[in-house]
Design a binder for this molecule. Structure first.
Ligand SMILES: NC(=O)c1ccc[n+]([C@@H]2O[C@H](COP(=O)([O-])OP(=O)(O)OC[C@H]3O[C@@H](n4cnc5c(N)ncnc54)[C@H](OP(=O)(O)O)[C@@H]3O)[C@@H](O)[C@H]2O)c1
Length: 337
């Protein structure tokens, strides 16, 4: 096993230019962990939130984590088990695995690297039918959609609201997915279809063929149409943008419906109560067992991961620049091996 590896680190917060490709020690595995030789890394918004020190996100101060520097960003990987720590059952050297590591634990997941020490409980076997780039692209977006829509899967306190988040039945229901072409949106759309929902997908015009291919029943181009003017009597809005603007979806829901925003900022509790709409959110948590269930759907093609773009690990800054342009279709990945 080599003692040094290449990784991407930041020594100060800022734009994509603070990401430095450099040599660092290979991490050591602790009990309960395996060393993964990383083949691909999936990018997620928390990667750029961390990079800029949580300056631009309108997060309440209590949700702004403090990040020790230097830090290796990233949480999602796919790769091969290279070493196994004590007390690990179910994984052996040579296994292909994927996972979202130690989330939420800001700055501790350290995925932008050639090797990563991964809690075995955060990993699942990589589906044989997809490649490492697709597998690395799935965990955070897939687990977010899973924990919002299918099953929460844990009893940890909810940092975003006093109550535990509870998914609602989807079979035969109408689900509107806002931001449907993005990482969380395109997987949420497919999970809702898998569970028997009729899906209205909201995205800019360039994604419409893509969304039809994923199974969207109806598509709204938010650049030309106000969603709340045309969508009515919806059972569930899964808003993968969230923030204060999510309140406008209350008008699209019927009494008894639910609004699930993925990002904090909802501030219309009185209107929601008046309209009889439940508003609920949660923060995604690492979960290897749920990922194993999702792996089955990825393997048999029920759920497909789309790759927006791919960059070598050394070009992580270019990948972050791509993210800053927005309009992401699927996922951005880094290739490592
Ligand atoms: N609660 C949690 O634990 C959790 C977990 C993961 C992610 N998140 C949050 O979820 C959000 C989305 O993450 P992601 O990875 O899916 O991001 P993403 O891949 O960048 O997707 C965002 C999508 O939204 C679309 N969009 C942008 N403006 C829009 C608008 N005004 N109306 C409708 N669609 C719009 C974009 O494409 P077009 O504009 O071209 O349609 C893009 O496809 C982030 O804020 C992230 O922090 C929360």
């Amino acid at each position: 096993m080599p003692v040094a590896m290449k990784a991407v680190r930041l020594h100060q917060f800022g734009g994509p230019e603070v990401l430095r490709y450099e040599s660092v020690p290979v991490p050591r595995v602790k009990p309960g962990e395996v060393l993964v030789g990383v083949h691909a890394v999936g990018l997620n918004p928390p990667d750029w939130y961390l990079r800029d020190g949580y300056q631009r996100q309108q997060l309440p101060p209590e949700l702004r984590p403090s990040i020790p520097l230097p830090a290796i960003p990233g949480s999602d990987v796919s790769g091969v088990v290279e070493a196994v720590g004590a007390d690990v059952h179910g994984f052996s050297v040579g296994d292909e695995v994927f996972g979202m590591l130690r989330f939420p634990s800001f700055g501790q997941s350290a995925a932008y690297a050639e090797y990563v020490a991964a809690p075995a409980s955060d990993l699942a076997r990589k589906p044989a039918g997809i490649d490492h780039a697709q597998a690395a692209a799935a965990p955070m977006s897939g687990l977010t959609a899973w924990q919002f829509l299918i099953e929460l899967g844990h009893h940890e306190p909810n940092p975003l609201q006093p109550k535990a988040h509870r998914p609602v039945p989807l079979d035969g229901k109408t689900v509107l997915v806002n931001g449907a072409a993005g990482g969380v949106g395109h997987l949420g759309l497919q999970l809702a279809k898998w569970r028997g929902a009729r899906v209205i997908a909201v995205a800019s015009g360039s994604h419409h063929t893509f969304l039809r291919a994923l199974g969207a029943d109806e598509i709204i181009d938010y650049t030309t149409t106000s969603v709340e003017d045309v969508a009515h009597d919806v059972d569930l809005v899964f808003d993968t943008l969230g923030g204060p603007a999510t309140a406008r979806f209350l008008r699209a829901l019927h009494r008894g419906g639910a609004l699930f925003p993925v990002f904090p900022g909802f501030a219309a509790a009185a209107e929601a109560q008046e309209r009889g709409v439940t508003v609920s959110m949660t923060q995604v948590r690492s979960n290897g067992a749920q990922l194993a269930e999702l792996a089955g759907l990825l393997d048999d093609g029920t759920v497909r991961v789309a790759i927006d773009s791919s960059f070598p690990l050394a070009d992580a800054a270019a990948a972050h620049q791509r993210a800053e342009q927005g309009h992401i279709r699927g996922k951005i990945v880094l290739t490592v091996r």
